[in-house]
Ligand binder design. Structure first.
Ligand code: CAA
Length: 378
C-alpha cells in the first residue's frame, strides 16, 4: 500500500502542521508546567478540528477518518498532549453519541462538541477494573424518570475540564458485560465529584483525574443506546479510538527521529559527525525503519475505517506497533543526544516521558495482543 493522500487530506494536514508550529509550539512549555490548553482547543474548534469527522448537520467538518488521523499525527509531532486531548474528545467522547445516540441527544450534544464549546471524556476504567473493563463495579439504578449512578472512575483523560462524560455503569450486575449501560453525564451534575488530578510521568498539561459518582442523578433521556448495550458501545468506540492513539504514538516517534537525525548530523565527535559513525547511523536506520512500518500500519487501519470496513484487528496492530515504536525511538533519541538528551534543554526527554503511556492507555500492549489473537482464532 502506498501512502497517497487526497488533495483535501493534504490541505488539512498542512493546515494542522502550520497551526501546530505557530500556535501550539509556543504553548509547549506552559503545558509542561501543567497548564491545560483550553484556548488552543477553542482555536481548534474554529478551525473545524474538534468536530473533524462529525456530520455537517451538527456543525462538524464531515471529513473522512484518515483526515482525522492525519490531524492527530501532526499535532502529536509538536505536542502529544494535544494529540491525546483531540483523540479522546473525538473517538470516545463524541463518537459514542454520533453512533449510538438518538436524535435528541445528537442535537443537544454533538454540535457543541463539534464546535469545541464542549469537551468530551470517557469514563470506563475503575480502581479495580482496568484491562478487565467488563468487571466494572459502578452501578446505575432506575428511579422514576432518572438513573442514579454510584461508583468511582480513574484515569479519566480530559476529566475535570470536560463538559460531557460518557459513563459506563451496570444496570444489571447478574448479566455481567450484557448488563453494562452507557450514560451521558454533564459537567456540574450534582453527585459528579471531580477527584485527584494525577501527577504523571509525561503528558503534562493533559488532565487525568479520578471521578466519583455519589448518587449522581441523570434523566432517563441520557441513557445512551439501550440498557445493557454499554459494553458494546465502549468496545466498538475503543476499536476505532485505538487508531487515534496509534497516530499519537506515530507523531511522537517521528518527532524523536527527526530531532535525533538533526542532532546527529551536527554533533561532531572523533573528528566527524556522529551520524556518519556506524553505531549511530545504524541506530537511525533502525529507528527510521520502525517509524515507516508503524506509519503504514496506522494509515492502513485508518483507510479501512474511512472505507467503512472492519478494522478492529488492524487498529490493535497499529496501536501495538506504533506505541512500541514511540517508546523505542524516544529511548534511542535520548541515547543519541547523550547527556544533553537527559536535560530539559532538548525535547527528547519529553518525547520519552510522553511515549510510555501510549503502551498503557486505551488498552495496554498486552490487551492489544489479546484482541489480535482473538481475531486470528475466529
Ligand atoms: N466490538 C463490539 N462488541 C465487542 C467487542 C468489540 N470490539 N469486543 C467484545 N465485544 C462484545 C462481545 O461480542 C461480547 O458480547 P456478547 O456477550 O453479546 O457475546 C461482549 O462484548 C464481551 O466480550 P468478551 O467476553 O470478549 O469481553 P472480555 O470481558 O473478555 O473483554 C477485552 C475483552 C478486549 C479484554 C476488553 O475488556 C478490553 O478492551 N479491555 C481493555 C480496556 C481498555 O481498553 N480500556 C481503555 C480505557 S479508555 C482510555 O484509556 C482513554 C484514555 O484515557 C486515553
Amino acid at each position: 500500500m502506498l501512502l497517497q493522500f487526497t488533495e483535501e487530506q493534504i490541505m488539512m494536514r498542512d493546515m494542522v502542521r502550520d497551526f501546530a508550529k505557530e500556535k501550539i509550539e509556543p504553548w509547549v512549555e506552559h503545558m509542561e508546567a501543567g497548564e491545560f490548553p483550553r484556548e488552543l482547543l477553542t482555536q481548534m474548534g474554529e478551525l473545524g478540528l474538534m468536530g473533524i469527522t462529525a456530520p455537517e448537520e451538527f456543525g462538524g467538518s464531515a471529513m473522512d477518518f484518515t483526515s482525522y488521523i492525519l490531524a492527530i499525527h501532526e499535532l502529536s509531532k509538536v505536542s502529544a498532549v494535544m494529540g491525546v486531548i483531540l483523540s479522546v474528545h473525538t473517538s470516545v467522547g463524541t463518537n459514542p453519541i454520533i453512533y449510538f445516540g438518538n436524535d435528541e441527544q445528537k442535537q443537544r450534544y454533538v454540535s457543541k462538541l463539534a464546535s469545541g464549546e464542549f469537551l468530551g471524556a470517557f469514563c470506563l476504567t475503575e480502581p479495580s477494573a482496568g484491562s478487565d473493563a467488563g468487571s466494572l463495579q459502578s452501578k446505575a439504578k432506575k428511579d422514576g424518570n432518572d438513573y442514579v449512578i454510584n461508583g468511582s472512575k480513574v484515569f479519566v483523560t480530559n476529566g475535570g475540564e470536560a463538559d460531557v462524560y460518557i459513563v459506563f455503569a451496570s444496570t444489571n450486575t447478574e448479566a455481567k458485560t450484557r448488563g453494562i449501560s452507557a450514560f451521558i453525564v454533564e459537567k456540574g451534575t450534582p453527585g459528579l465529584v471531580i477527584g485527584k488530578d494525577e501527577k504523571k510521568m509525561g503528558l503534562h498539561g493533559s488532565r487525568t483525574v479520578q471521578l466519583t459518582f455519589d448518587n449522581c442523578r441523570v434523566p432517563v433521556s441520557n441513557l445512551l443506546g439501550a440498557e445493557g448495550e454499554g459494553f458494546k458501545i465502549a468496545m466498538a468506540n475503543l476499536d476505532v479510538g485505538r487508531i487515534g492513539i496509534a497516530a499519537q504514538s506515530l507523531g511522537i516517534a517521528e518527532a524523536a527521529l527527526e530531532a535525533a537525525t538533526a542532532y546527529a548530523k551536527e554533533r561532531v565527535q572523533f573528528g566527524k559527525p556522529i551520524a556518519v559513525q556506524q553505531g549511530i547511523g545504524f541506530k537511525l536506520a533502525d529507528m527510521a525503519t520502525a517509524v515507516e512500518a508503524a506509519k503504514l500500519l496506522v494509515y492502513k487501519a485508518a483507510d479501512l475505517r474511512s472505507k467503512g470496513l472492519p478494522c478492529g484487528q488492524e487498529a490493535s496492530m497499529a496501536k501495538l506497533l506504533a506505541s512500541r515504536t514511540a517508546v523505542q525511538t524516544a529511548i534511542e533519541a535520548v541515547q543519541i543526544f547523550g547527556g544533553y538528551g537527559y536535560t530539559k534543554d532538548y525535547p527528547v526527554e519529553r518525547f520519552f516521558r510522553d511515549a510510555k503511556v501510549t503502551e498503557i492507555y486505551e488498552g495496554t500492549s498486552e490487551i492489544q495482543k489479546l484482541v489480535i489473537s482473538k481475531h486470528l482464532l475466529k
